[in-house]
Design a protein around this ligand. Structure first.
Ligand code: SF4
Ligand code: SF4
Ligand code: SF4
Ligand code: FES
Length: 536
Protein backbone atom coordinates (compact mmCIF):
# COMPACT_ATOMS: atom_id res chain seq x y z
CA UNK A 1 0.00 0.00 0.00
CA UNK A 2 1.28 3.51 -0.89
CA UNK A 3 1.94 5.85 2.01
CA UNK A 4 0.14 9.18 1.86
CA UNK A 5 2.42 12.25 1.69
CA UNK A 6 1.46 12.96 5.29
CA UNK A 7 2.60 9.50 6.38
CA UNK A 8 5.91 9.79 4.51
CA UNK A 9 6.96 13.14 5.96
CA UNK A 10 7.24 12.32 9.63
CA UNK A 11 9.75 15.08 10.27
CA UNK A 12 8.33 16.36 13.56
CA UNK A 13 9.58 14.48 16.57
CA UNK A 14 8.25 15.20 20.06
CA UNK A 15 7.77 13.45 23.36
CA UNK A 16 4.57 12.97 25.31
CA UNK A 17 4.84 11.68 28.88
CA UNK A 18 8.37 10.55 28.02
CA UNK A 19 7.33 8.60 24.90
CA UNK A 20 8.84 9.66 21.56
CA UNK A 21 6.50 10.10 18.59
CA UNK A 22 6.93 11.37 15.03
CA UNK A 23 4.22 13.20 13.09
CA UNK A 24 3.94 15.20 9.90
CA UNK A 25 4.09 19.01 9.82
CA UNK A 26 0.66 20.50 10.41
CA UNK A 27 -0.41 17.72 12.80
CA UNK A 28 -1.45 18.79 16.29
CA UNK A 29 -0.31 17.62 19.70
CA UNK A 30 -3.68 15.81 19.91
CA UNK A 31 -2.86 13.87 16.71
CA UNK A 32 0.52 12.92 18.15
CA UNK A 33 -1.05 11.75 21.43
CA UNK A 34 -3.63 9.67 19.59
CA UNK A 35 -0.82 8.09 17.58
CA UNK A 36 0.65 6.93 20.89
CA UNK A 37 -2.71 5.62 22.02
CA UNK A 38 -3.06 8.32 24.71
CA UNK A 39 -6.75 9.11 25.15
CA UNK A 40 -6.94 12.88 25.61
CA UNK A 41 -10.59 13.90 26.15
CA UNK A 42 -12.16 16.17 23.53
CA UNK A 43 -15.64 17.64 23.33
CA UNK A 44 -15.43 20.43 20.73
CA UNK A 45 -13.03 18.66 18.39
CA UNK A 46 -14.14 16.86 15.25
CA UNK A 47 -11.50 16.18 12.58
CA UNK A 48 -13.54 17.62 9.72
CA UNK A 49 -14.33 20.83 11.64
CA UNK A 50 -10.76 21.59 12.73
CA UNK A 51 -9.97 23.07 16.18
CA UNK A 52 -12.80 25.13 17.67
CA UNK A 53 -10.99 25.69 20.98
CA UNK A 54 -14.12 26.15 23.05
CA UNK A 55 -14.28 23.38 25.66
CA UNK A 56 -10.71 23.24 27.04
CA UNK A 57 -11.02 19.65 28.24
CA UNK A 58 -8.12 18.55 25.98
CA UNK A 59 -5.55 20.44 28.07
CA UNK A 60 -1.92 19.29 28.17
CA UNK A 61 1.13 20.97 29.73
CA UNK A 62 3.90 22.23 27.46
CA UNK A 63 6.82 24.29 28.78
CA UNK A 64 5.03 24.93 32.06
CA UNK A 65 1.78 26.12 30.41
CA UNK A 66 -1.58 24.41 30.14
CA UNK A 67 -2.77 24.57 26.53
CA UNK A 68 -5.51 22.87 24.47
CA UNK A 69 -3.86 20.02 22.57
CA UNK A 70 -6.41 20.07 19.72
CA UNK A 71 -5.24 23.47 18.48
CA UNK A 72 -1.47 23.39 19.10
CA UNK A 73 0.68 22.31 16.14
CA UNK A 74 3.21 19.66 17.10
CA UNK A 75 6.80 20.93 17.02
CA UNK A 76 10.08 19.08 17.17
CA UNK A 77 11.61 18.95 20.63
CA UNK A 78 8.32 19.54 22.46
CA UNK A 79 7.99 17.85 25.85
CA UNK A 80 4.32 17.36 26.50
CA UNK A 81 2.73 16.25 29.78
CA UNK A 82 -0.63 14.57 29.41
CA UNK A 83 -1.41 11.89 31.99
CA UNK A 84 -0.17 13.66 35.14
CA UNK A 85 -2.25 14.48 38.24
CA UNK A 86 -1.90 18.21 37.52
CA UNK A 87 -3.18 17.94 33.93
CA UNK A 88 -5.99 15.61 35.02
CA UNK A 89 -7.01 18.12 37.67
CA UNK A 90 -7.11 20.89 35.05
CA UNK A 91 -9.27 18.74 32.75
CA UNK A 92 -11.55 17.89 35.67
CA UNK A 93 -11.96 21.61 36.43
CA UNK A 94 -12.74 22.33 32.75
CA UNK A 95 -15.46 19.67 32.88
CA UNK A 96 -16.84 21.00 36.17
CA UNK A 97 -17.06 24.49 34.68
CA UNK A 98 -19.12 23.09 31.81
CA UNK A 99 -21.54 21.71 34.40
CA UNK A 100 -21.82 25.05 36.23
CA UNK A 101 -24.94 25.94 34.22
CA UNK A 102 -25.81 22.56 32.73
CA UNK A 103 -29.54 21.93 32.84
CA UNK A 104 -30.30 18.23 32.74
CA UNK A 105 -30.45 14.95 34.63
CA UNK A 106 -28.20 12.31 33.04
CA UNK A 107 -30.02 9.71 35.13
CA UNK A 108 -33.67 10.17 36.05
CA UNK A 109 -34.42 10.70 39.75
CA UNK A 110 -36.13 7.28 39.87
CA UNK A 111 -33.01 5.50 38.64
CA UNK A 112 -30.77 7.46 41.01
CA UNK A 113 -32.96 6.38 43.92
CA UNK A 114 -33.12 2.70 42.99
CA UNK A 115 -30.37 1.17 45.17
CA UNK A 116 -29.77 -1.47 42.47
CA UNK A 117 -29.70 1.29 39.79
CA UNK A 118 -32.16 -0.38 37.47
CA UNK A 119 -32.52 1.57 34.23
CA UNK A 120 -36.17 2.33 34.97
CA UNK A 121 -36.76 4.80 32.10
CA UNK A 122 -35.53 2.26 29.56
CA UNK A 123 -37.76 -0.48 31.02
CA UNK A 124 -40.69 1.93 30.87
CA UNK A 125 -40.08 2.88 27.22
CA UNK A 126 -39.79 -0.79 26.29
CA UNK A 127 -43.14 -1.49 27.97
CA UNK A 128 -44.74 1.49 26.30
CA UNK A 129 -43.70 0.26 22.86
CA UNK A 130 -44.63 -3.37 23.57
CA UNK A 131 -41.02 -4.63 23.63
CA UNK A 132 -41.62 -6.74 26.71
CA UNK A 133 -38.80 -9.22 25.96
CA UNK A 134 -36.38 -6.32 25.93
CA UNK A 135 -37.88 -5.00 29.18
CA UNK A 136 -37.17 -8.44 30.68
CA UNK A 137 -33.49 -8.06 29.77
CA UNK A 138 -33.35 -4.55 31.27
CA UNK A 139 -34.93 -5.75 34.50
CA UNK A 140 -32.97 -8.98 34.87
CA UNK A 141 -29.73 -7.16 34.06
CA UNK A 142 -30.12 -5.12 37.26
CA UNK A 143 -32.32 -7.14 39.59
CA UNK A 144 -31.52 -10.56 41.00
CA UNK A 145 -35.08 -11.60 41.98
CA UNK A 146 -37.39 -9.21 40.11
CA UNK A 147 -40.65 -11.06 40.79
CA UNK A 148 -39.86 -10.78 44.51
CA UNK A 149 -38.82 -7.12 44.34
CA UNK A 150 -41.86 -6.36 42.13
CA UNK A 151 -44.01 -7.37 45.13
CA UNK A 152 -42.01 -6.54 48.24
CA UNK A 153 -39.66 -3.65 47.44
CA UNK A 154 -40.45 -0.45 49.36
CA UNK A 155 -39.98 1.31 45.97
CA UNK A 156 -37.80 4.31 46.88
CA UNK A 157 -37.68 4.98 43.10
CA UNK A 158 -41.32 6.09 43.18
CA UNK A 159 -40.61 8.53 46.00
CA UNK A 160 -38.36 10.50 43.62
CA UNK A 161 -40.60 10.21 40.55
CA UNK A 162 -41.14 13.62 38.98
CA UNK A 163 -44.66 12.64 37.91
CA UNK A 164 -45.63 12.75 41.61
CA UNK A 165 -45.31 16.56 41.50
CA UNK A 166 -48.01 16.66 38.80
CA UNK A 167 -50.39 14.04 40.23
CA UNK A 168 -49.16 10.56 41.21
CA UNK A 169 -45.84 8.76 40.78
CA UNK A 170 -45.54 6.31 37.91
CA UNK A 171 -46.30 2.76 39.13
CA UNK A 172 -42.70 1.57 38.69
CA UNK A 173 -42.88 -1.41 41.03
CA UNK A 174 -46.07 -2.72 39.42
CA UNK A 175 -44.50 -2.40 35.97
CA UNK A 176 -41.43 -4.26 37.22
CA UNK A 177 -43.68 -6.99 38.63
CA UNK A 178 -45.48 -7.30 35.30
CA UNK A 179 -42.16 -7.74 33.46
CA UNK A 180 -40.91 -10.37 35.93
CA UNK A 181 -44.23 -12.26 35.93
CA UNK A 182 -44.34 -12.16 32.13
CA UNK A 183 -40.87 -13.71 32.07
CA UNK A 184 -41.98 -16.45 34.46
CA UNK A 185 -45.22 -16.99 32.49
CA UNK A 186 -47.34 -15.70 35.38
CA UNK A 187 -48.49 -12.27 34.20
CA UNK A 188 -52.18 -11.42 34.17
CA UNK A 189 -53.72 -12.86 31.02
CA UNK A 190 -50.91 -15.41 30.58
CA UNK A 191 -51.72 -19.13 30.63
CA UNK A 192 -49.42 -19.83 33.55
CA UNK A 193 -47.28 -22.01 31.36
CA UNK A 194 -44.13 -20.63 29.82
CA UNK A 195 -43.37 -21.57 26.27
CA UNK A 196 -39.76 -20.65 26.89
CA UNK A 197 -37.37 -20.71 29.84
CA UNK A 198 -37.15 -17.38 31.67
CA UNK A 199 -34.38 -15.10 30.42
CA UNK A 200 -30.90 -15.74 31.76
CA UNK A 201 -28.34 -12.96 31.54
CA UNK A 202 -25.05 -13.89 29.91
CA UNK A 203 -22.17 -14.96 32.16
CA UNK A 204 -18.53 -14.22 31.40
CA UNK A 205 -16.18 -17.10 30.62
CA UNK A 206 -15.45 -19.27 33.69
CA UNK A 207 -12.69 -17.60 35.72
CA UNK A 208 -11.62 -20.79 37.46
CA UNK A 209 -12.27 -19.04 40.81
CA UNK A 210 -14.84 -20.15 43.33
CA UNK A 211 -16.69 -18.44 46.16
CA UNK A 212 -18.55 -19.96 49.10
CA UNK A 213 -21.51 -17.91 50.31
CA UNK A 214 -22.84 -18.68 53.78
CA UNK A 215 -26.49 -17.63 53.94
CA UNK A 216 -29.04 -18.07 51.14
CA UNK A 217 -31.11 -14.97 52.02
CA UNK A 218 -31.57 -11.87 49.85
CA UNK A 219 -27.97 -10.61 50.25
CA UNK A 220 -26.41 -14.02 49.61
CA UNK A 221 -28.59 -14.81 46.58
CA UNK A 222 -27.85 -11.39 45.09
CA UNK A 223 -24.13 -11.85 45.65
CA UNK A 224 -24.31 -15.20 43.86
CA UNK A 225 -26.20 -13.63 40.94
CA UNK A 226 -23.43 -11.03 40.58
CA UNK A 227 -20.49 -13.42 41.01
CA UNK A 228 -21.87 -16.03 38.60
CA UNK A 229 -22.20 -13.40 35.89
CA UNK A 230 -18.56 -12.44 36.47
CA UNK A 231 -17.70 -16.07 35.67
CA UNK A 232 -16.91 -17.25 39.23
CA UNK A 233 -18.47 -20.45 40.49
CA UNK A 234 -20.60 -20.15 43.62
CA UNK A 235 -21.75 -22.52 46.33
CA UNK A 236 -24.40 -21.19 48.68
CA UNK A 237 -24.77 -22.87 52.05
CA UNK A 238 -27.67 -22.32 54.44
CA UNK A 239 -28.84 -23.93 57.65
CA UNK A 240 -32.45 -23.96 56.39
CA UNK A 241 -33.71 -26.71 54.09
CA UNK A 242 -34.86 -24.15 51.48
CA UNK A 243 -33.01 -21.20 49.99
CA UNK A 244 -34.55 -17.73 50.45
CA UNK A 245 -33.75 -16.89 54.10
CA UNK A 246 -36.28 -14.47 55.58
CA UNK A 247 -38.18 -14.39 52.27
CA UNK A 248 -39.53 -17.81 53.32
CA UNK A 249 -41.25 -16.11 56.27
CA UNK A 250 -43.30 -13.74 54.09
CA UNK A 251 -47.05 -14.33 53.94
CA UNK A 252 -47.78 -16.69 51.02
CA UNK A 253 -50.40 -14.28 49.61
CA UNK A 254 -47.80 -11.58 49.26
CA UNK A 255 -45.06 -13.86 48.01
CA UNK A 256 -46.20 -17.30 46.86
CA UNK A 257 -43.45 -19.85 47.71
CA UNK A 258 -43.69 -21.28 44.16
CA UNK A 259 -42.72 -17.87 42.80
CA UNK A 260 -39.69 -17.65 45.09
CA UNK A 261 -38.77 -21.19 43.99
CA UNK A 262 -39.04 -20.10 40.33
CA UNK A 263 -36.67 -17.19 40.93
CA UNK A 264 -34.19 -19.36 42.85
CA UNK A 265 -34.31 -21.87 39.99
CA UNK A 266 -32.87 -19.10 37.84
CA UNK A 267 -29.77 -19.13 40.06
CA UNK A 268 -29.51 -22.91 39.65
CA UNK A 269 -29.75 -22.43 35.89
CA UNK A 270 -26.92 -19.87 36.08
CA UNK A 271 -24.80 -22.55 37.76
CA UNK A 272 -25.16 -21.91 41.51
CA UNK A 273 -24.64 -24.94 43.77
CA UNK A 274 -26.62 -25.13 47.00
CA UNK A 275 -25.72 -26.89 50.27
CA UNK A 276 -28.90 -26.64 52.30
CA UNK A 277 -29.36 -27.80 55.89
CA UNK A 278 -25.69 -27.10 56.60
CA UNK A 279 -24.94 -25.41 59.92
CA UNK A 280 -21.85 -23.23 60.14
CA UNK A 281 -19.64 -24.46 62.98
CA UNK A 282 -21.03 -28.02 62.79
CA UNK A 283 -21.30 -29.12 59.15
CA UNK A 284 -19.05 -26.46 57.66
CA UNK A 285 -16.28 -24.26 59.02
CA UNK A 286 -14.65 -21.12 57.68
CA UNK A 287 -11.26 -22.91 57.72
CA UNK A 288 -12.67 -25.77 55.66
CA UNK A 289 -14.27 -23.38 53.16
CA UNK A 290 -11.04 -21.40 52.80
CA UNK A 291 -9.26 -24.60 51.82
CA UNK A 292 -11.77 -25.35 49.05
CA UNK A 293 -12.72 -21.85 47.81
CA UNK A 294 -10.88 -18.70 46.78
CA UNK A 295 -13.12 -16.45 48.90
CA UNK A 296 -15.91 -16.73 51.45
CA UNK A 297 -18.83 -14.34 51.88
CA UNK A 298 -20.81 -14.41 55.13
CA UNK A 299 -24.44 -13.26 54.75
CA UNK A 300 -26.03 -15.22 57.58
CA UNK A 301 -28.47 -12.67 58.93
CA UNK A 302 -28.22 -11.58 62.54
CA UNK A 303 -25.30 -13.08 64.39
CA UNK A 304 -24.30 -13.23 68.05
CA UNK A 305 -20.94 -11.85 69.14
CA UNK A 306 -19.94 -15.29 70.50
CA UNK A 307 -20.75 -17.06 67.21
CA UNK A 308 -18.89 -14.48 65.11
CA UNK A 309 -15.83 -14.68 67.37
CA UNK A 310 -15.90 -18.48 67.35
CA UNK A 311 -15.51 -18.22 63.54
CA UNK A 312 -12.39 -16.12 64.07
CA UNK A 313 -14.07 -12.86 62.95
CA UNK A 314 -13.60 -9.56 64.74
CA UNK A 315 -16.98 -8.22 65.85
CA UNK A 316 -18.35 -4.70 66.27
CA UNK A 317 -21.42 -3.88 68.42
CA UNK A 318 -23.73 -4.34 65.37
CA UNK A 319 -22.25 -7.53 63.92
CA UNK A 320 -19.19 -8.68 61.97
CA UNK A 321 -16.60 -5.89 61.70
CA UNK A 322 -15.79 -5.06 58.09
CA UNK A 323 -13.95 -2.40 56.17
CA UNK A 324 -17.01 -0.58 54.80
CA UNK A 325 -15.16 0.36 51.61
CA UNK A 326 -14.25 -3.22 50.75
CA UNK A 327 -16.58 -5.55 52.75
CA UNK A 328 -13.44 -7.37 53.96
CA UNK A 329 -13.49 -8.84 57.48
CA UNK A 330 -10.50 -9.25 59.78
CA UNK A 331 -9.75 -12.60 58.07
CA UNK A 332 -8.04 -12.72 54.73
CA UNK A 333 -10.36 -13.76 51.84
CA UNK A 334 -13.44 -13.57 54.10
CA UNK A 335 -16.04 -10.91 53.32
CA UNK A 336 -19.35 -10.16 55.02
CA UNK A 337 -22.50 -8.26 54.09
CA UNK A 338 -26.14 -7.70 55.01
CA UNK A 339 -27.56 -8.21 58.48
CA UNK A 340 -24.48 -10.15 59.58
CA UNK A 341 -22.76 -6.74 59.58
CA UNK A 342 -25.44 -4.27 60.65
CA UNK A 343 -29.24 -4.12 60.81
CA UNK A 344 -30.71 -3.73 57.30
CA UNK A 345 -34.46 -3.44 57.27
CA UNK A 346 -35.21 -3.05 53.60
CA UNK A 347 -35.06 -5.94 51.19
CA UNK A 348 -33.60 -3.94 48.32
CA UNK A 349 -30.89 -2.53 50.61
CA UNK A 350 -29.87 -6.03 51.76
CA UNK A 351 -29.67 -7.08 48.11
CA UNK A 352 -27.58 -4.04 47.24
CA UNK A 353 -25.13 -4.83 50.04
CA UNK A 354 -24.85 -8.36 48.62
CA UNK A 355 -24.19 -6.95 45.16
CA UNK A 356 -21.52 -4.50 46.37
CA UNK A 357 -19.79 -7.20 48.41
CA UNK A 358 -19.79 -9.45 45.33
CA UNK A 359 -18.25 -6.68 43.22
CA UNK A 360 -15.51 -6.31 45.86
CA UNK A 361 -14.89 -10.07 45.86
CA UNK A 362 -14.65 -9.98 42.07
CA UNK A 363 -11.94 -7.29 42.28
CA UNK A 364 -10.16 -9.30 44.97
CA UNK A 365 -10.22 -12.46 42.81
CA UNK A 366 -8.78 -10.48 39.93
CA UNK A 367 -5.99 -9.08 42.13
CA UNK A 368 -7.23 -5.55 41.59
CA UNK A 369 -7.70 -2.80 44.16
CA UNK A 370 -10.76 -3.74 46.18
CA UNK A 371 -13.25 -0.88 46.35
CA UNK A 372 -17.04 -0.80 46.58
CA UNK A 373 -18.69 0.54 43.38
CA UNK A 374 -18.86 4.32 43.00
CA UNK A 375 -22.13 6.15 42.54
CA UNK A 376 -22.63 6.60 38.79
CA UNK A 377 -22.09 10.18 37.62
CA UNK A 378 -25.18 12.24 36.93
CA UNK A 379 -25.76 15.91 36.36
CA UNK A 380 -28.64 16.85 38.66
CA UNK A 381 -31.26 19.42 37.79
CA UNK A 382 -32.98 19.52 41.19
CA UNK A 383 -36.47 20.81 41.84
CA UNK A 384 -38.52 21.83 38.81
CA UNK A 385 -40.44 25.07 38.58
CA UNK A 386 -44.12 24.65 37.57
CA UNK A 387 -43.52 25.71 33.95
CA UNK A 388 -40.59 23.28 33.71
CA UNK A 389 -42.75 20.45 35.01
CA UNK A 390 -45.37 21.41 32.42
CA UNK A 391 -42.73 21.02 29.69
CA UNK A 392 -42.25 17.40 30.76
CA UNK A 393 -45.93 16.66 31.34
CA UNK A 394 -47.14 17.84 27.92
CA UNK A 395 -46.01 14.68 26.12
CA UNK A 396 -47.09 12.14 28.78
CA UNK A 397 -50.47 10.45 29.17
CA UNK A 398 -52.74 12.44 31.51
CA UNK A 399 -54.55 10.92 34.48
CA UNK A 400 -53.82 9.19 37.77
CA UNK A 401 -51.82 5.98 38.24
CA UNK A 402 -53.44 2.66 37.43
CA UNK A 403 -53.69 0.50 40.54
CA UNK A 404 -53.70 -3.22 40.01
CA UNK A 405 -54.96 -5.35 42.85
CA UNK A 406 -51.73 -5.71 44.76
CA UNK A 407 -51.99 -9.25 46.03
CA UNK A 408 -53.72 -10.78 43.00
CA UNK A 409 -53.09 -10.55 39.31
CA UNK A 410 -50.99 -7.43 38.70
CA UNK A 411 -50.97 -5.48 35.42
CA UNK A 412 -51.96 -6.90 32.07
CA UNK A 413 -49.76 -6.04 29.08
CA UNK A 414 -52.13 -3.22 28.08
CA UNK A 415 -52.25 -1.79 31.58
CA UNK A 416 -48.45 -1.91 31.86
CA UNK A 417 -48.16 -0.01 28.56
CA UNK A 418 -50.78 2.53 29.71
CA UNK A 419 -48.99 3.14 32.97
CA UNK A 420 -45.68 3.41 31.10
CA UNK A 421 -47.20 6.21 28.99
CA UNK A 422 -47.56 8.30 32.17
CA UNK A 423 -43.77 8.49 32.59
CA UNK A 424 -42.33 11.93 31.86
CA UNK A 425 -39.06 10.64 30.36
CA UNK A 426 -36.99 12.77 32.65
CA UNK A 427 -33.73 10.96 32.01
CA UNK A 428 -31.48 12.43 29.32
CA UNK A 429 -31.87 10.88 25.89
CA UNK A 430 -28.08 10.94 25.52
CA UNK A 431 -27.28 9.19 28.77
CA UNK A 432 -24.91 6.31 28.11
CA UNK A 433 -23.53 7.81 24.90
CA UNK A 434 -22.87 11.39 25.98
CA UNK A 435 -19.20 12.40 25.78
CA UNK A 436 -19.59 14.99 28.54
CA UNK A 437 -21.12 12.42 30.92
CA UNK A 438 -18.53 9.83 29.99
CA UNK A 439 -15.54 12.13 30.62
CA UNK A 440 -17.13 13.38 33.84
CA UNK A 441 -17.17 9.75 35.01
CA UNK A 442 -13.60 9.03 33.91
CA UNK A 443 -12.20 12.20 35.50
CA UNK A 444 -14.32 11.97 38.66
CA UNK A 445 -15.87 15.40 38.04
CA UNK A 446 -18.19 16.91 40.64
CA UNK A 447 -21.11 18.27 38.61
CA UNK A 448 -22.13 20.58 41.46
CA UNK A 449 -18.70 22.12 42.24
CA UNK A 450 -19.27 25.45 40.46
CA UNK A 451 -23.04 25.25 40.39
CA UNK A 452 -24.70 28.67 40.20
CA UNK A 453 -28.36 29.49 39.84
CA UNK A 454 -29.38 27.38 36.90
CA UNK A 455 -31.13 28.44 33.72
CA UNK A 456 -34.70 27.22 33.24
CA UNK A 457 -35.13 23.85 31.52
CA UNK A 458 -36.31 24.33 27.95
CA UNK A 459 -37.10 21.73 25.33
CA UNK A 460 -37.98 22.37 21.70
CA UNK A 461 -39.57 19.41 19.96
CA UNK A 462 -39.09 19.85 16.22
CA UNK A 463 -41.60 18.52 13.73
CA UNK A 464 -39.17 16.01 12.14
CA UNK A 465 -38.19 14.40 15.44
CA UNK A 466 -35.14 16.41 16.56
CA UNK A 467 -35.26 17.68 20.14
CA UNK A 468 -33.19 20.68 21.18
CA UNK A 469 -32.51 21.23 24.88
CA UNK A 470 -30.48 24.47 25.10
CA UNK A 471 -29.55 23.94 28.77
CA UNK A 472 -27.40 20.97 27.74
CA UNK A 473 -25.55 22.87 24.99
CA UNK A 474 -21.90 23.55 25.82
CA UNK A 475 -21.53 25.92 22.85
CA UNK A 476 -18.89 23.69 21.33
CA UNK A 477 -19.67 25.01 17.84
CA UNK A 478 -19.61 21.62 16.09
CA UNK A 479 -23.19 21.90 14.78
CA UNK A 480 -22.57 25.45 13.56
CA UNK A 481 -19.47 24.32 11.66
CA UNK A 482 -21.19 21.23 10.23
CA UNK A 483 -24.06 23.32 8.83
CA UNK A 484 -21.49 25.72 7.36
CA UNK A 485 -19.52 22.90 5.70
CA UNK A 486 -22.73 21.39 4.29
CA UNK A 487 -23.85 24.78 2.98
CA UNK A 488 -27.18 24.49 4.73
CA UNK A 489 -29.55 27.15 3.39
CA UNK A 490 -30.09 28.53 6.91
CA UNK A 491 -27.77 26.57 9.15
CA UNK A 492 -27.17 27.22 12.85
CA UNK A 493 -25.36 30.12 14.43
CA UNK A 494 -24.44 31.64 17.80
CA UNK A 495 -26.74 34.45 18.89
CA UNK A 496 -26.63 36.76 21.93
CA UNK A 497 -23.74 38.04 24.01
CA UNK A 498 -21.79 37.07 27.12
CA UNK A 499 -23.68 34.59 29.31
CA UNK A 500 -26.68 34.71 26.99
CA UNK A 501 -24.98 33.23 23.93
CA UNK A 502 -26.93 30.33 22.50
CA UNK A 503 -27.29 28.21 19.41
CA UNK A 504 -30.14 29.14 17.11
CA UNK A 505 -31.29 29.23 13.50
CA UNK A 506 -31.12 32.66 11.87
CA UNK A 507 -34.35 34.64 11.34
CA UNK A 508 -36.00 33.02 14.36
CA UNK A 509 -36.60 29.84 12.40
CA UNK A 510 -36.86 26.41 14.04
CA UNK A 511 -33.76 24.29 14.63
CA UNK A 512 -35.26 21.83 12.14
CA UNK A 513 -35.27 24.53 9.46
CA UNK A 514 -31.57 25.10 10.07
CA UNK A 515 -30.82 21.40 9.81
CA UNK A 516 -32.27 20.40 6.45
CA UNK A 517 -29.22 18.45 5.28
CA UNK A 518 -27.18 17.53 8.31
CA UNK A 519 -29.66 16.94 11.14
CA UNK A 520 -28.49 13.37 11.62
CA UNK A 521 -24.82 14.32 11.56
CA UNK A 522 -25.33 17.17 14.04
CA UNK A 523 -27.24 14.90 16.42
CA UNK A 524 -24.56 12.21 16.09
CA UNK A 525 -21.65 14.55 16.75
CA UNK A 526 -23.24 16.81 19.36
CA UNK A 527 -21.07 15.86 22.37
CA UNK A 528 -24.00 16.20 24.79
CA UNK A 529 -27.75 15.63 24.81
CA UNK A 530 -28.49 19.14 23.53
CA UNK A 531 -29.46 17.76 20.12
CA UNK A 532 -31.15 14.39 20.10
CA UNK A 533 -33.78 12.45 18.24
CA UNK A 534 -37.06 12.40 20.08
CA UNK A 535 -37.32 8.64 20.00
CA UNK A 536 -33.65 7.95 20.69
S1 SF4 B 1 -26.23 15.99 28.07
FE1 SF4 B 1 -24.86 14.46 28.89
S2 SF4 B 1 -24.12 15.42 30.75
FE2 SF4 B 1 -25.94 16.53 30.14
S3 SF4 B 1 -27.66 15.55 31.21
FE3 SF4 B 1 -27.44 14.55 29.24
S4 SF4 B 1 -26.15 12.76 29.62
FE4 SF4 B 1 -25.89 14.17 31.32
S1 SF4 C 1 -41.46 10.31 35.35
FE1 SF4 C 1 -40.55 8.40 34.56
S2 SF4 C 1 -38.35 8.80 34.27
FE2 SF4 C 1 -39.21 10.45 35.52
S3 SF4 C 1 -38.81 9.84 37.63
FE3 SF4 C 1 -40.89 9.09 37.12
S4 SF4 C 1 -40.66 7.04 36.30
FE4 SF4 C 1 -38.62 8.00 36.35
S1 SF4 D 1 -26.01 21.91 20.19
FE1 SF4 D 1 -24.28 22.32 18.86
S2 SF4 D 1 -23.01 23.78 19.97
FE2 SF4 D 1 -24.42 22.86 21.44
S3 SF4 D 1 -23.29 21.15 22.30
FE3 SF4 D 1 -24.47 20.32 20.59
S4 SF4 D 1 -23.11 20.44 18.81
FE4 SF4 D 1 -22.22 21.73 20.43
S1 FES E 1 -10.61 22.77 23.19
FE1 FES E 1 -9.71 20.95 22.43
S2 FES E 1 -11.36 19.58 22.35
FE2 FES E 1 -12.27 21.38 23.02
Amino acid sequence: MMNSPVDRDLSISLSIDGLEVKVAPGQTVLHAARKLGIDIPTLCYLEKCGPLNSCLVCLVKINGKLVPSCGIPAQSGMNVESETPEVHEARRTALELLFSDHVGDCLSPCQRLCPLRMNIPVMIRQLQTGQVDDAVKTVRHALPLPAVLGRLCHHPCEQGCRRASADEAAGIRDMERYVADYDLGLAAGASGKTTHDPYLPRCKRPSGKSVAIIGAGPAGLTAAYTLLRHGHSCTIADRRSHAGGTLRDVNAEQLPPSLLDAEILQLHRLGAQFRLGAVLGNDITIEGLLRGFDAVLVTVGELSKADGESWGLEMSPGGIKINTDTFQTSRNAVFAAGRAVKPVNQLVRAMTEGQWAAECIHLYLENRTVQRPDKPFSSIMGRLEPQELATFVRSAKPGPALSPCNVCTGFSKTQAAEEAARCLRCDCRSSGHCALQSYATIYGADGGRFRSQRRPFEQYIQPGGVIFEPGKCILCGICVKLTELAREPLGLTFIGRGFDVRIATPFNQTIEAGLQKVAEECVRFCPTGALEFRDA
